[in-house]
Design a protein around this ligand. Structure first.
Ligand SMILES: *Cc1c(COP(=O)(O)O)cnc(C)c1O
Length: 232
């Protein structure tokens, strides 16, 4: 087996173990291979070893790279997003994880309206209340969900977070718990056209803890493709 295939197999093993530990079914957890900064060849290599979902963070890079990838994978957009760049994602991605404000949701709805389709979205929550991070403040989430729920071309599927970094995954656990609690709170409101079935949380350094806390989508880059050369 090549490196990428080996790495993916190892991650599935670790996800399975985390599921066993927390009494979950590993079918509930999907792996998103975060391929930002990595070339099309490596993405196709991962695809041929069975990986179907891929996450990208930079619109410009995605725009250039997406036409070079010819295998039928599914793209998720997971990075910070400016409204004027949404058009480059239209009809190319199946889910946008980083919706954190009404103006952005409105533009996504408008763009998908022009192709007579709908796109799945997650609302990104700034669980650490960090000034430097995007994401809706936890206290504003309910208002945002209610406003976004009215857009016909968006399907709200759940929540996403990018918690404060720590080398110790146990330090991150409370933020994963917080995201799950928020999702349960929103779910209890039983809002029409709002689903809270997905929790996008956990990265290379902490995905097992995220799975133990209820993640359904883990976003793993480095542990699959190796370290990224810093983006300049
Ligand atoms: C880059 C990135 C990841 C993956 O990070 P790794 O530590 O390489 O696994 C996950 N989520 C988001 C939003 C990212 O930008």
């Amino acid at each position: 087996m090549n490196d990428i295939a080996t790495n993916i197999a190892k991650i599935h093993n670790r996800i399975d173990k985390a599921c066993q530990k927390s009494g979950r079914n590993s079918k509930e957890v999907k792996l998103i291979a975060v391929s930002k900064v990595k070339p099309a060849e490596q993405i196709e290599e991962a695809f041929h070893s069975g990986q179907k979902l891929f996450g990208e963070s930079y619109v410009q890079e995605f725009r250039d790279k997406e036409p070079l990838v010819t295998v039928p994978l599914q793209w998720h957009f997971i990075g910070g997003l400016q409204s004027n760049k949404v058009k480059y994602l239209r009809s190319k991605v199946v889910m946008i994880h980083s919706v954190d404000r009404l103006s952005l949701a409105k533009e996504i709805d408008r763009q998908w309206g022009t192709i007579d389709g709908a796109v799945e979205i997650l609302l990104q929550v700034n669980v650490g209340d960090e000034a430097s991070k995007s994401g809706c403040a936890p206290k504003d989430l309910e208002t945002l969900v209610k406003a976004v729920a009215s857009f016909p071309n968006l399907k709200i599927k759940g929540l996403m977070c990018l918690p404060p970094h720590s080398d110790d995954p146990e330090q991150v656990r409370p933020f994963f718990k917080q995201l799950r609690k928020l999702s349960e709170q929103i779910d209890r409101l039983q809002l029409p056209s709002v689903e809270m079935s997905e929790l996008s949380m956990g990265m290379s350094g902490d995905f097992e803890v995220a799975v133990e806390e209820g993640a359904t989508l883990v976003r793993v880059g480095t542990a699959i493709f190796g370290a990224r050369v810093k983006k300049v």
